[in-house]
Design a protein around this ligand. Structure first.
Ligand SMILES: *[C@@H]1O[C@H](CO)[C@@H](O)[C@H](O)[C@H]1NC(C)=O
Ligand SMILES: *[C@@H]1O[C@H](CO)[C@@H](O)[C@H](O)[C@H]1NC(C)=O
Ligand SMILES: *[C@@H]1O[C@H](CO)[C@@H](O)[C@H](O)[C@H]1NC(C)=O
Ligand SMILES: *[C@@H]1O[C@H](CO)[C@@H](O)[C@H](O)[C@H]1NC(C)=O
Ligand SMILES: *[C@@H]1O[C@H](CO)[C@@H](O)[C@H](O)[C@H]1NC(C)=O
Ligand SMILES: *[C@@H]1O[C@H](CO)[C@@H](O)[C@H](O)[C@H]1NC(C)=O
Length: 408
């Protein structure tokens, strides 16, 4: 075909395609900017209180008991870790109050956004463990925004104004989405689905909901998204302990079949975001490759302050099953479990969730633009400081003089 065209016509058509490509490139890729607020959707990796505020004293709410929260907070802080989670490190880096869970009876402060993440949540409409799946979280964001608009329209609501989102909190907010691990965990451990069912049913349903969620947020003014892939779930102490003896493991000791499912989910998120980029030209999308970041920490633990002998071992747990201190009959927070003396050296906190030390490294990666596809460096562009990230800093050091609704 090309041979039948004149050289000039060939060059011309090449130029047109380059121009078209360049034009499409610039219009499709909006750069991130410094956010003024944070709107987070996710599961227990980023839940700063929702599930426990909704279901206090529930049988699985071990995070209400010590030693959860011991690091930084000095007591349980409704978080599934020994201390701070990624949204907490973001708040410290941006020098903002801790991002408040939107379910918080008796108190509210939405000036800098809200956190809708909820422990156990899925992206698919699976309410087995938690009714607050992604579609629900997004609809709650819409309800919050409606209520705020109603309040702002009434002079008699003036007393609430100081605690409501600013008018530009939606358009200049950062919308972070971190969800999906429970889709796979529930499918494997509760719903007894096969890998084929997960890839053909669970993942596509989850992606429909992520795509719908992005559309709803976009229609509500969201313009900056940061979407996390899933970490390497096959490397968790629980996966290795429960499946590692019956299922092949890789060079890092991780359960290959589980990691493959997590990566299948990640490939699907990539495709979902690629599609969103072509649809919403006015928005920026950054993908954080949590999986690669997790692998990097496991491959080079010493570089990040972790003990290479302990990368797969649970800090808070009990012996008796396998050799990683993870025992389903004595989970962290339950009788028979104990906390390690040096959580800073561990990646894994309770068998499923990570330590504050791990989230600290992850937060720095994200804020520095590492393991992200846009490479946008929030630290440099927003003049962020990691001064309050250290393990020696306590909640009282930073927030001692603020209204404290973080605890039960
Ligand atoms: C789970 O599925 C497998 C194969 O599909 C089946 O053999 C097994 O009985 C199921 N287990 C439960 C508890 O339903
Ligand atoms: C999940 O539920 C929401 C409503 O809560 C609905 O809009 C959505 O279509 C459902 N997703 C799927 C994949 O069925
Ligand atoms: C997802 O996209 C990121 C960024 O482009 C890439 O580094 C990563 O390998 C992709 N992951 C999968 C599982 O496709
Ligand atoms: C790791 O274990 C080896 C063998 O027991 C020991 O020699 C080494 O000191 C340990 N490393 C750390 C950082 O504790
Ligand atoms: C991001 O910016 C910070 C502060 O300027 C700098 O220390 C860091 O090296 C940068 N990260 C990358 C990956 O360029
Ligand atoms: C950056 O932040 C530091 C302290 O965190 C402050 O001293 C400095 O003035 C800030 N620079 C800019 C350009 O805002």
């Amino acid at each position: 075909m090309a041979g039948s065209e004149s050289p000039l016509k060939q060059i011309f058509s090449v130029l047109i395609s380059i121009t078209a490509f360049t034009f499409q490139g610039t219009s499709a890729l909006v750069n991130p900017a410094c956010p003024t607020a944070f709107w987070n959707f996710g599961d227990s990796l980023t839940d700063t209180g929702n599930i426990i505020n909704a279901f206090p004293q529930c049988s699985e709410c071990r995070a209400e008991r010590r030693p959860y929260g011991d690091s930084f907070f000095g007591r349980p802080a409704k978080r599934f870790s020994d201390g701070r989670l990624v949204p907490d490190f973001f708040a410290l880096a941006f020098q903002k109050p801790l991002l408040q869970p939107y379910i918080q009876a008796g108190a509210f402060d939405y000036r800098f956004g809200a956190n809708f993440a909820s422990g156990g949540a899925t992206a698919s409409n699976d309410s087995t463990l938690n009714p607050f799946f992604l579609a629900f979280q997004i609809s709650q964001f819409g309800r919050l925004k409606q209520t705020v608009e109603l309040e702002k329209s009434q002079i008699m609501c003036a007393q609430f104004l100081p605690f409501l989102p600013f008018d530009d909190s939606y358009s200049k907010g950062l919308y972070t989405i971190e969800i999906g691990g429970n889709d796979i965990i529930n499918a494997l451990t509760i719903n007894n689905l096969t890998a084929a069912q997960i890839t053909t049913q669970v993942i596509p349903e989850a992606m429909t909901n992520i795509a719908n969620g992005i559309e709803t947020l976009y229609n509500n003014g969201a313009r900056q998204f940061l979407v996390s892939l899933l970490p390497s779930g096959g490397c968790s102490s629980s996966a290795v302990t429960l499946l590692g003896s019956s299922s092949p493991t890789d060079a890092l000791g991780c359960v290959t079949a589980v990691n493959l499912l997590f990566q299948a989910y990640n490939a699907a998120i990539n495709a979902t975001i690629a599609s969103a980029r072509t649809q919403y030209h006015a928005a920026s999308f950054t993908i954080f490759n949590y999986y690669a970041a997790n692998q990097e920490i496991l491959l080079n633990p010493t570089k990040y302050g972790f003990n290479p002998n302990l990368t797969r071992t649970t800090c808070c747990g009990a012996p008796g099953v396998g050799d990683l201190n993870y025992n389903p009959d004595a989970l962290c927070g339950n009788q028979g479990s104990t906390k390690c003396s040096n959580p800073e050296e561990y990646v894994n906190w309770d068998g499923v969730h990570f330590t504050e030390a791990f989230y600290r490294v992850i937060s720095k990666f994200v804020l520095n633009g590492e393991f992200t596809d846009t490479r946008f460096n929030y630290t440099a562009n927003c003049n962020l400081s990691f001064n309050q990230f250290g393990p020696e800093v306590t909640f009282n050091d930073v927030y001692g003089n603020t209204c404290q609704v973080t605890f039960t």
